[in-house]
Design a protein around this ligand. Structure first.
Ligand SMILES: Cc1cc2nc3c(=O)[nH]c(=O)nc-3n(C[C@H](O)[C@H](O)[C@H](O)COP(=O)(O)O)c2cc1C
Length: 177
């Protein structure tokens, strides 16, 4: 089973969650965790499963201007935030524009967002899941959110939960006899 995990990340939370999901998927699978800029059409076509995740900005997937303001916030004197190496890269919204048809390829969606009821915070995972579905990808599980606090730091236990979610994806993919 070849698994491609595609993440968008400005502050590193979604990147960390993507790596944890990859660890959870575990041995026995060939797993590639890449930022959006490296998620080429060739890599997508190579994969048996694609797992796609990004941060929630303004209740949904990021936009060019939300990414810019997120990057600018790092430079504020009181900021503790650090830019992820992928922070300057393209967002998932732009990536979806050139994503080819899924033809039933299996997929899963996740996001990171602030802890709280999703109807208040919004969640990028819903939009990511819809985009995948619209292009003919078959979602193997419901879109999932992993939570940060108001300082944009991953809540304790969320990396472990992401690892478990990855393991549950592996179970879904086990062929039934
Ligand atoms: C510009 C901006 C807008 C945000 N808007 C929301 C939002 O509407 N809802 C939410 O739950 N979190 C929001 N957040 C918090 C991010 O979703 C959260 O910090 C996320 O983990 C960042 O992912 P990253 O570390 O991979 O960049 C926002 C963060 C930024 C910087």
């Amino acid at each position: 089973m070849l698994v491609l995990i595609v993440y968008e990340s400005i502050y590193g939370n979604t990147h960390a969650v993507a790596e944890a999901i990859g660890r959870g998927l575990g041995a026995g699978d060939e797993i590639l965790v890449v930022p959006v800029a490296e998620a080429s059409a060739e890599r997508v076509s190579w994969a048996d499963l694609i797992v796609v995740g990004g941060p929630t900005h303004a209740h949904g997937m990021t936009r060019e201007n939300s990414r810019r303001s997120a990057r600018e916030a790092v430079a504020r004197p009181d900021s503790h935030l650090v830019l992820d190496p992928a922070a300057d890269g393209p967002g998932l919204r732009e990536w979806f524009e050139s994503l080819g048809p899924g033809d039933g390829k299996r997929a899963a969606a996740f996001d990171t967002r602030i802890s709280g009821p999703a109807f208040l915070t919004g969640r990028a995972a819903s939009g990511i899941g819809s985009e995948l579905h619209r292009r003919g990808y078959a979602l193997v599980v419901e879109p999932e959110s992993f939570l940060v606090d108001r300082h944009n730091e991953l809540l304790e236990g969320e990396a472990a939960r992401a690892e478990s979610w990855g393991a549950s994806l592996a179970e879904v993919l086990v062929p039934t006899a």
